[in-house]
Each structure stands twice: as structure tokens, then as C-alpha cells.
Ligand binder design. Structure first.
Ligand SMILES: [Zn+2]
Length: 131
């Protein structure tokens, strides 16, 4: 993925400001502490925990994700196998449980990328002053 694009930060678990430091502590979403975030970027000092409740907004991103996934999954099953509500509900539930860590993390990265611009020169600079 091309560095400097928001997709690089979102799918690469990178700081939205410098694209160098890691956003979550672990790169693999399928580990025990998949939800643990770094408080600050270890490269540019960007504050990842801006204010209390900042990541409530990521719930809307997550909601959009799951609805889009549900529609896509429904169409996939409908086209291949015809409509069967029980098959859809069971398979969609399993799919959501399996993808939960990935959706959680991706939603938070998308949310913080809404509010942060990439600055190439930010990497390795003094940490931003935080009030
Ligand atoms: Zn950074």
C-alpha cells in the first residue's frame, strides 16, 4: 500500500499523522490484547487518546461496516444458493464473530483518520504538546 495515503494508515496499523509508529500495540488483530492501543505515537508523539469518548464515533464506522458486510453476504448467498434465512443468520453471525477484532481495529483507524492529516515531516519530530 502506498505510504502517504489514508489506506496505508488504516490497513497498516500506522499512525495517521506520520505513518511510522504503530497505532495498536500488536500488529496482529487475532491476539489476546487486540484492543490495546498505544497512548501516543512512538515516532511523532501524536496523541491517540484525544479526549474521553473520542472513539464512540468509531461505533458508527463499525455499524456501517457490518451493514455493508451483511448486504454483501446476503447477496452472495442469495445469488449462489437462493434465499434461506436460517443459513444467512447463522453464517452471518459466525462471520461477524470471526471478523470482530479486525472490524474493531479498522473502525478506530478510519475514525482517527477522519481527523488527522498525514505530514511526511512529522516522523521523528518532537512530540506534540498535549494540554
Ligand atoms: Zn506518528
Amino acid at each position: 500500500m502506498l505510504k502517504g495515503t489514508k489506506l496505508y494508515s488504516i490497513f497498516g496499523n500506522k499512525c495517521p499523522r506520520c505513518h511510522e509508529g504503530d497505532f495498536f500495540e500488536k500488529s496482529n488483530p487475532y491476539t489476546k490484547d487486540f484492543d490495546k492501543m498505544n497512548h501516543y505515537c512512538n515516532s511523532c508523539g501524536e496523541n491517540f487518546e484525544r479526549e474521553t469518548g473520542f472513539y464512540y464515533g468509531a461505533m458508527y464506522v463499525s455499524y456501517a461496516f457490518t451493514v455493508a458486510l451483511g448486504v454483501a453476504w446476503f447477496l452472495f448467498l442469495y445469488i449462489l444458493f437462493g434465499f434461506d434465512a436460517l443459513t444467512f443468520l447463522i453464517s452471518y453471525s459466525v462471520l461477524l464473530i470471526v471478523l470482530l477484532p479486525w472490524i474493531f481495529r479498522t473502525s478506530r483507524l478510519i475514525w482517527i483518520n477522519f481527523f488527522t492529516k498525514y505530514k511526511k515531516e512529522a516522523a521523528g519530530t518532537e512530540p506534540r504538546k498535549v494540554a
